[in-house]
Structures are given as C-alpha cells and as structure tokens.
Design a binder for this molecule. Structure first.
Ligand SMILES: Cc1cc2nc3c(=O)[nH]c(=O)nc-3n(C[C@H](O)[C@H](O)[C@H](O)COP(=O)(O)OP(=O)(O)OC[C@H]3O[C@@H](n4cnc5c(N)ncnc54)[C@H](O)[C@@H]3O)c2cc1C
Length: 334
C-alpha cells in the first residue's frame, strides 16, 4: 500500500493515524476505513450483502462468538471472486465461514471481513461427476447424489458443514473421508482462480494445506460411482440414527473438539481422565460424548476455551498425550 492509499483514506489526518497505517502496512492490522469502503462497494455493486459489526454467534453451531467487523455473503461465485480480489487489493484480511460447524469464534469477534459462502449453492451432475459450489450443504449434497443413483458420499450426510469447509478439513465419517471422493477443486489462490487436483491438497486426517494457505474453495468436483438409490438412502438413514444416539445433538455444539490420537479416541482419554460433565460457565464437556463440548445456554467462547485447556492439560499429565484441536479457533490471535 503506497502513499496514495494514505491520501485516499479520509479517516487518516493525524501523525498517529499515519503511524497506525504504517503498522497496518507491516501486517499488524488493517487501516480503519478500508472495510466500510469495501462494504459500500459490495452492496453498491450488488455482489452480496454486507453488514458492519455483524452478530456471528447465530452463524455457528455452538451459538457462540463475538461480532464480525464486517460480514458479507456473496450472491454468486463470480461475486465471491471479485470481493476476494478487492479485499486483497485493499489489504483487508478475509476469514471464510461456511456453516460455522467447526469453528470457535472468540467473544471479541473477528477483525476484517468475514465472507460467508452460504449463498453459493449450485449443484451440477454430469455422469458420475458431481460439481458443487463451496457453500453447498454437505448433507444436501450427499442426499442429492444418493437420490440420483450415485454412491460414494453417503458418509457425508451427517456432517453438517459446507462443501468448502469439508474440503478444508478433509471431513470424514464411517471409514471414509472427502479425499476418497474428491477429484479436483477450483480455488481462489494468490489472487487468482486455479484448479487443483485432490492429490495436491495434502488431504490427511482432518487436515489439508488449505487451513494454513488460506486459499478459498470456490467449487469442488466429486467422482462417484453408479449405485442403488434405495441402498444409499437406507445407509444414510441408519448412520443418522446412530449419530442421534451417540451425539449430544439437543445442545448447540461444535462437533468433535479434538482430533483423535493414534492409539485411542480423544473421547476415550477425556472420559478416562474423569472430565465427562466438567463445566466452565455455561459450557460443559458432554456427559453423552466426551469429545463434545456443549453450550447449555449462554456459554462464552472463553468458557469453551477453558474446558479445552483443562482437557488438554489433564490428558497430557495423566496419559502423556497431547490433544490437538480439530475445531478452528477464530479471532483469538490479535
Ligand atoms: C454435530 C456435528 C457433527 C459433526 N460431525 C463431523 C464428522 O462426522 N466428521 C467430520 O469430519 N466433521 C464433523 N463435524 C465438523 C464439521 O461439520 C466439518 O468439519 C465441516 O466440514 C465444517 O464445514 P463448515 O462449512 O461448517 O466450516 P466452518 O466451520 O464454517 O469453517 C471451518 C474452517 O474451514 C474454513 N473454510 C470454510 N469454508 C471454506 C472454503 N470455502 N474454503 C476454504 N476454507 C474454508 C474456515 O475458514 C474455517 O477455518 C461435525 C460438526 C458438528 C457440529
């Protein structure tokens, strides 16, 4: 960002303002007035909705989290690309949010622009290939594929996120994961659109290169096989029943909090450590499934974080095992 940018920013008149801007140039934080300008541009160009200081708690499955400095929901994939480009050009940091089922958002909220993919919801089928926009609901996609007589995504019907979030996490269940069905993705990467094959994404157990690279999934293509709709839908129903029996779905939660270590599940360690039912504020380690932390109503992110740290410390002390979080922490680092 050069000196012209400073002149173009009406909020920066004082020496302190310029120092602030310089800190921003150094990557410390963004210039104050870039975000409202970006928001005005998004709304004015009809690219999507924009809201300043937007509530985020109701956009996460935990019902927890402070506000987004700016929240936008692009209407189309092309609009999404334009917004990402403009944000990059103006130095506004972007955090992508899908269905918010794998994130813990800090009580302070998220700085910069939160870009929500939910409106990007096109599904297209060509033979045994299924193309889905990043914001497509994974359960909807799994059912649509099954109904169309395609098998290979039944495992995903109970994973409540979006396609983009699922690729970023290499989400999985019932012995299968996204990498088993994904052929390629279209990404927004280094300010351009590119196609990447699944093998290039470093997809491993609940990990991908996307978590660190901050590339954005725009669309995914899954290569499935011909199957029997009746069998696929029966499998989906059966696995759905099993989930309802095992998981505390009556409370807002963030799914599995920790990745499973090699030897035993994270829940096994937490339960053995005597932490089932432990609480902090209005958050509780579920009595039904020890790898879930539930919001009993009005829990804060700080309460959940407290339980995460308690579980990590206790399990490390008792079993020498470090539990890594599977959920992504947003807004805690600045
Ligand atoms: C009740 C419950 C059950 C669950 N069961 C499972 C399960 O069986 N297996 C499993 O693997 N997970 C499970 N999860 C976790 C979660 O649903 C998945 O990880 C899901 O794929 C997250 O998608 P999302 O859209 O909600 O992502 P979000 O929570 O919105 O985001 C998660 C991360 O992905 C990034 N992200 C989101 N969209 C994109 C994109 N388009 N491009 C790049 N990055 C993106 C975000 O920036 C963030 O870092 C469960 C969660 C809940 C609440």
């Amino acid at each position: 960002m050069g000196p012209r940018s400073f002149r173009a920013c009406p909020g920066i008149h004082s020496a302190e303002g310029i120092q602030d801007a310089v800190k921003k140039r150094e990557g410390t934080y963004i210039m104050r007035n870039q975000l409202p300008e970006l928001g005005t541009w998004i709304s004015g160009a009809g690219l999507g909705t924009f809201e300043a200081n937007a509530v985020l708690s109701n956009m996460t499955s935990w019902d927890i989290g402070g506000p987004a400095e700016g929240l936008c929901t692009p209407f189309t994939r092309q609009a999404c690309e334009s917004i990402l480009e403009r944000a990059a050009a103006t130095g506004v940091p972007v955090t992508v949010l899908g269905h918010g089922t794998n994130v813990l958002i800090s009580d302070r909220g998220v700085r910069g622009l939160v870009l929500c993919t939910r409106r990007l919801s096109d599904i297209r089928m060509e033979g045994t290939r299924v193309y889905a926009d990043a914001g497509v609901s994974l359960p909807n996609l799994a059912v649509a594929a099954a109904e169309a007589g395609l098998t290979g995504l039944e495992f995903a019907a109970g994973i409540p996120g979006t396609v983009g979030g699922a690729v970023a996490a290499n989400a999985g269940a019932h012995g299968r994961e996204i990498k088993d069905a994904l052929e390629f993705v279209t990404l927004w990467s280094n300010r351009e659109r590119r196609v990447c094959f699944a093998q290039e994404l470093d997809l491993r157990y609940r990990r991908s290169r996307l978590r660190e690279s901050r590339e954005v999934v725009l669309e995914a293509c899954f290569k499935l096989e011909k199957g029997d709709p009746g069998e696929s839908l029966a499998k989906i129903r059966q696995w759905g029943r099993e989930r309802r029996e095992k998981q505390p779905l009556q409370y807002p939660n963030g799914g599995s909090v920790f990745r499973n270590p090699a030897e035993h599940s994270a829940g096994w360690y937490i339960e053995r450590a005597g932490l089932k039912g432990a609480s902090a504020g209005r958050a509780q380690i579920s009595v039904k499934h020890a790898n879930f932390i539930v919001n009993l109503g009005g829990a804060k992110a700080a309460d959940v974080l407290d339980l995460i740290k308690q579980a990590q410390q206790t399990v490390l002390t008792k079993y020498g095992e470090h539990l890594e979080t599977e959920v992504v922490l947003l807004g805690f680092d600045d």
